[in-house]
Write a protein that binds this ligand. Structure first.
Ligand code: 5CA
Length: 445
């Protein structure tokens, strides 16, 4: 992409409505624009990152054996009356009437709709286990939408639902989700800690939330500092193996880590004092096992091996995809702007032409652009007639992890400059060597 042809409406001033850094930077970097309270348009740069996050979520879900599909945003109230949640959900649910005066709603989550699909098509234990998921817009009429995409009213969420014959199988599905979530967040450059939580309106008392530690987080959390030493890394896992998935669950959840809803002062005080931590966190996902809550209410039964009809065991598992963008920026920025982790950056590498119009500089930038593109990388080339300072400020603000700077002086010596956004360190290299280096960095991502 050439910046002269792109749509990147960066703001010079700090928007006064933004209270936290991720909201401020997303507005300033031209990633989002508020449409109304808690509802945002995703401008091209924000949309590009959103798609990257969505892709990572898809890849990790499919790797775990879960099946993608797509359900609508608008749902009929009838199904929610069956489960009993139409009244329970209260004012957070946006209720709509269609022209025939039928009660509709903008889905805040999809347990009912998926259970209806399941019961219409599955009747035998032989079709289990089954986990279906989608990534779709949700609406919750939050009393206090705030912090930009962090607590929106309309937000993008991955929600997955497992259907199993037994509790044991459903807990395996739970563990599979835990493992796939650990991988997902790490690929996004985040540490998200599974913490024991509360079921809320989804139900069930077997649930973990995934929290990214951040001072601006909305949840108060209590944990043993040893949990922050754990990383999933690049280990291989067989998602069909009960033992392997169970072992990961135990490794990541045996130390004390709880949100304020389940916090227990007595148990907490058994941790050595120097390891006790009270902090704040951003909830970027939650997994639930709720057994037969919905299958019984909605008669989602299968015939078991003994011929008897039994309600299926279920769980649901969510990732806040749009919220993640805020969480990543909270975790990765400096006073000049965003610092994208390589796994989610909107463009892999910036190209800054210090002397636009200079024949040699233009040719060198075009060649870099072509080489990077040929290697499957996406460069963002600042080819505008701007001063160098302004170009650097824009690149720093939008946070691409690598920048190649091209100017007539360097070209005389056959070099360009490759700069890391994270460390600020630069190195002079021949153009093709800079391209190679960038390609190597991304080959490992
Ligand atoms: N049905 C279950 C699992 S699919 C469910 O809805 N879980 S949830 O309520 O915990 O939502 C899943 C994730 O969506 C949360 O962990 C959070 O990261 C994200 N989320 C929830 N509400 C909002 C909101 N108002 N704005 C942005 N993200 C949100």
């Amino acid at each position: 992409m050439r910046l002269s042809r792109y749509f990147l409406p960066v703001l010079k001033e700090n928007p006064s409505e933004a209270q936290i850094v991720s909201h401020r930077l997303m507005l300033r970097a031209g990633m989002i624009k508020q449409a109304s309270a808690g509802i945002y348009s995703w401008l091209p740069l924000g949309f590009k990152v959103l798609r990257k996050l969505e892709n990572i979520v898809h890849e990790e879900q499919v790797r775990a054996g879960h099946i993608p599909m797509l359900m609508p945003t608008l749902q009929s109230a009838d199904l929610w009356r069956e489960s009993g949640r139409y009244d329970d959900y209260g004012q957070e649910m946006l209720r709509i009437k269609d022209r025939h005066d039928r009660d509709m709603l903008f889905g805040p989550t999809n347990e009912e709709l998926i259970t209806d699909i399941f019961r219409s098509h599955v009747g035998s234990y032989k079709d289990l286990p089954l986990t279906l998921y989608h990534i779709q817009w949700k609406f919750r009429d939050e009393i206090r939408p705030r912090f930009g995409v962090m607590r929106g009213r309309e937000f993008f969420m991955k929600d997955g639902y497992n259907f199993d014959l037994t509790k044991e199988d459903a807990l395996h599905a739970y563990n599979r989700h835990l493992v796939s979530y650990l991988r997902t967040y790490e690929r996004m450059g985040l540490q998200a800690i599974p913490m024991r939580a509360d079921g809320g309106p989804i139900g069930g008392d077997y649930t973990h939330e995934f929290l990214v530690l951040a001072d601006t987080g909305e949840s108060e959390v209590f944990y043993d500092s040893a949990v922050t030493d754990l990383t999933f890394g690049d280990r291989e896992i067989d998602y069909d193996s009960l033992e392997q998935c169970q072992a990961v669950l135990e490794e990541f959840t045996s130390k004390y880590a709880r949100t304020d809803e389940t916090h227990d002062e007595t148990v907490f005080n058994e941790i050595p004092e120097d390891r006790r931590r009270v902090a704040r966190g951003i909830e970027v996902g939650q997994i639930f096992y709720f057994g037969t809550k919905y299958s019984e209410a909605m008669n989602a039964v299968v015939q078991g091996p003994d011929g008897k009809q039994v309600p299926v065991h279920m769980g649901s598992h969510g990732i806040g995809v749009s919220r993640l963008m805020g969480a990543i920026i909270e975790a990765s920025h400096d006073d000049k702007g965003i610092v994208w982790p390589e796994g989610v950056t909107p463009y892999h590498c910036g190209i800054v032409n210090l002397k636009q119009g200079d024949e040699e500089a233009n040719a060198a930038c075009d060649a870099l652009y072509a080489s990077l593109t040929a290697l499957g990388l996406e460069p963002l080339y600042d080819d505008r007639n701007e001063r160098a300072g302004g170009k650097f400020a824009t690149m720093d603000l939008i946070g691409l992890p690598w920048r190649i700077t091209v100017g007539p002086r360097g070209l005389k010596n056959g070099v360009v400059e490759l700069t890391s956004r994270r460390t600020g360190e630069s190195e002079e290299l021949p153009p093709e060597a800079a391209v190679q280096k960038v390609a190597e960095i991304y080959a490992g991502v």
